[in-house]
Write a protein that binds this ligand. Structure first.
Ligand code: SF4
Length: 346
């Protein structure tokens, strides 16, 4: 249990959490929407500081991050809970645990231990992933600060709904923002995630790039009948182009039936390829098909000279045509992060 960093005290021992865009007002003895922040006696506590549900040395391609330190390993840490309640969650056992303390049998990993583990596992960085990193914000912040001191890269795999205040707090210590833009309509986000204001995800994502110069990659899991219409896909692709730039990678990934969406079929390959076409027509230079190992749209080719630059199969990547962030054949800028850039401090 760790006192929350971003909250204000209200009257009658109530508090308001400022960690994510729910901005929960929480009465004495109650929890926020994510069930990981708890008001005890007018003080807000994060309940799962350092409480891990999952720990692994993953290829960075698994996040997926394709243009960020390719072929490296990231120490990947997940905790418990989520501020979304997605009907198709792939990790629902850890994101929707039963009420109580699901971490009782799990391992505490302090920020210092995480750094040591990353180094001993030959990882070049740390990723907070598997569940929403915002839900153990204080822990990820402490760990990110330590990671930067130890020359490790840092990654949020996020639904993008943390507050601008939280983003600005962790911004100086975060290198990559792997964000889901799950759809592009009020009705879709309301039905799938239950959040009230999905456009806040777009605002914070743009801020991560513009203000904090994070490397940004976007994922959209294409769910049959939910977000596979041209209007939403064109909306996402155009938004990425206009706000993050045409060199931003967009991963369109295959849905498999999970959790409360066992009634829908896996995404047909033709739908996935159509989504890739929509991205390219919108002007995005790097559109990738995900969860289809061996598909040609896993590879990176140069948009200028057409040469193969990175060949992938699932989580394996072989870099054949890059020189730093440029195509080694024609010199075109490819938007690869292979060194941690100088960061702004405000
Ligand atoms: S992190 Fe978000 S969902 Fe959880 S208590 Fe804070 S505002 Fe509510």
């Amino acid at each position: 249990m760790h006192e929350a960093m971003l909250y204000e005290k209200l009257s009658d021992s109530r508090v308001q959490c400022h960690t994510c865009q729910w901005y929960c007002r929480i009465g004495q003895g109650k929890f926020g929407v994510c069930r990981m922040y708890h008001n005890r006696g007018g003080i807000l506590y994060n309940m799962n500081y350092a409480k891990t549900s999952s720990v692994a040395a993953d290829p960075i391609e698994k996040k997926p991050l394709f243009h960020f330190f390719p072929s490296t390993l990231a120490l990947s840490l997940g905790s418990w809970g989520c501020n979304f309640h997605c009907q198709h969650c792939q990790n629902w056992e850890i994101s929707c645990p039963p009420p109580g303390e699901p971490w009782l049998d799990s391992r505490d990993i302090s920020p210092q231990t995480a750094i040591e583990l990353a180094k001993s596992s030959h990882c070049q960085g740390i990723a907070w992933t598997y569940n929403e990193p915002t839900i153990w914000f204080e822990y990820t912040l402490d760990s990110a600060k330590l990671a930067k001191k130890n020359n490790l890269y840092t990654v949020y795999v996020t639904n993008g709904y943390l507050s601008p205040q939280a983003l600005d707090t962790i911004g100086p210590y975060l290198d990559a923002w792997r964000v889901d833009i799950k759809g592009f309509s009020d009705s879709f986000y309301r039905e799938l995630t239950k959040i009230p204001r999905w456009r806040g995800i777009l605002e914070v994502t743009k801020r991560a790039k513009d203000k904090w110069q994070m490397h940004v990659e976007v994922v959209t899991n294409i769910i049959p009948t939910m977000n596979d219409d041209d209007q939403q896909l064109e909306g996402i692709a155009s938004w990425i182009r206009d706000n993050l730039g045409e060199l931003t990678p967009w991963h369109v990934t295959r849905f498999y039936p999970q959790h409360n969406m066992m009634n829908l079929p896996p995404t047909p390959l033709a739908t996935l390829e159509h989504a890739c076409d929509i991205g390219r027509k919108a002007g995005l230079e790097f559109v990738y098909a995900g969860n289809v190992p061996g598909h040609k749209d896993e590879n990176t080719t140069c948009y200028h000279c057409g040469k193969l630059l990175v060949q992938r199969f699932g989580y394996q990547a072989e870099v054949t045509g890059l020189e730093d962030s440029r195509c080694r054949f024609c010199g075109a800028e490819i938007n690869f992060r292979v060194g941690v850039a100088e960061r702004r401090s405000s």
